[in-house]
Design a protein around this ligand. Structure first.
Ligand SMILES: Nc1nc2c(ncn2[C@@H]2O[C@H](COP(=O)(O)OP(=O)(O)OP(=O)(O)O)[C@@H](O)[C@H]2O)c(=O)[nH]1
Length: 338
């Protein structure tokens, strides 16, 4: 474990991108271009790949200079979920990547995978930045026609939790089908940017880097709303949607907080936040008192822990498109008081 301070400021956090999407939708195709893009920017990305089978064929497509952890023989979200945090933490220690991409199997429930990512935040300074769901356009329309079976439900869930929706294989969609697919995506997810693509090719990579957001917002403002879509959304630079309406917010504490104030904060969480988890130190307990907390459906639970090795004071909040800024303010107020 690194000896230096791990309560890293925002700039030192490693962005984590979760790549989700149905089997064969084009995740690996997108992973390849994301890696090329990040390397072009001088970054050192690392990859975690998860395959249902025992051999990872897609892994062969990732060049050997990219550190990669493979989680085979199961789905990140169920059988080996506990290992995801460990995998991420050891990848960080060994390779010090400055971006991590997790490609989950097409059968994964993204909320469960997100939960696995939160575990890793306790051991390494991470920030889940985007959930990119690659959607197989023709398959989506086909599945909807077939009715709302389990497969369609999983697809819908993957779409719902995305911050960026890549509507892929549009070369196989007629113009009216393209419109239909976009409408369906918007019904399932009111906030995420929808980007139609062929072979996952996209031009706008602003979402990769949060620092790019203010500049893009300005560009939108300058456009004077000229880019508005019929439904009032700015699809072209949809970043501000994904930035103000996040799925997960990771907060690294600067120091201990007061226990009752923290419990009160959990009670005041907006409904859109349905899970939170982390490690906190309480200022009003005997020194060194650290607690693992869990929050789900308005109920919270604290367990006293005495971790071996370095563990961050961190809280991760998961939900559906809540405002990260508001939540950050709530926690910062708490820290001032304590
Ligand atoms: N026609 C068409 N085919 C595409 C497009 N994008 C990807 N494909 C093909 O779709 C297949 C699946 O692509 P992958 O990138 O392997 O998809 P995946 O989601 O990683 O697949 P799994 O690993 O099986 O979950 C490949 O044969 C691609 O060449 C597209 O835009 N149009």
């Amino acid at each position: 474990m690194n000896e230096h301070n791990q309560f890293a400021g925002e700039t030192q956090r490693i962005p984590v991108y979760l790549l989700s999407g149905f089997l064969g939708s084009g995740k690996t195709t997108f992973l390849t271009s994301m890696l090329a893009r990040l390397k072009n920017e001088g970054k050192r990305p690392a990859v975690i790949m998860n395959e249902l089978g025992d051999i990872n064929l897609d892994g062969e497509l990732v060049s050997r200079d990219v550190p990669m952890a493979e989680m085979l023989g199961g789905c990140i979200c169920c059988s080996i979920r506990g290992d995801l945090g460990v995998e991420i933490a050891s990848l960080v220690q060994q390779h010090h990547p400055d971006a991590i991409i997790i490609e989950s199997t097409g059968a994964a429930h993204p909320m469960e995978t997100l939960d696995g990512v939160t575990d890793a935040s306790m051991y390494a300074s991470l920030e889940l930045r985007s959930v990119i769901t690659v959607v197989d356009g023709p398959e989506l329309l086909e599945r909807r026609k077939l009715g709302k079976g389990r497969t369609y439900k999983l697809m819908a869930e993957q779409i719902r939790c995305a911050t960026l929706l890549l509507l892929n294989k549009t070369d196989k969609l007629a113009p009216d089908q393209l419109v239909e697919a976009q409408q369906l995506l918007r019904e399932l997810n009111a906030h995420a940017a929808i980007v139609p693509a062929v072979r996952c090719g996209i031009d706008d990579w602003g979402w990769l880097d949060e620092a790019a957001a203010p500049e893009l917002k300005e560009r939108d403002a300058e456009a004077g709303g000229g880019h508005s879509e019929p439904d009032g959304h700015h699809e072209h630079h949809g970043h501000h949607h994904s930035h103000s309406h996040v799925m997960a917010y990771t907060h690294y504490f600067d120091g201990p907080v007061q226990s009752e104030a923290f419990e009160a904060l959990l009670k005041r969480l907006p409904d859109a936040v349905y899970r939170a988890k982390g490690v906190v130190s309480f200022s009003d307990m005997s020194s060194g008192s650290r607690y693992l907390f869990q929050y789900a459906y308005k109920e919270s639970d604290f367990i006293r822990i005495d971790p071996q090795g370095h563990v961050n004071d961190v809280a991760v909040f998961i939900g559906e498109h809540f405002s990260k800024d508001e939540l950050r303010k709530m926690i910062e107020e708490l820290q001032v008081k304590s």
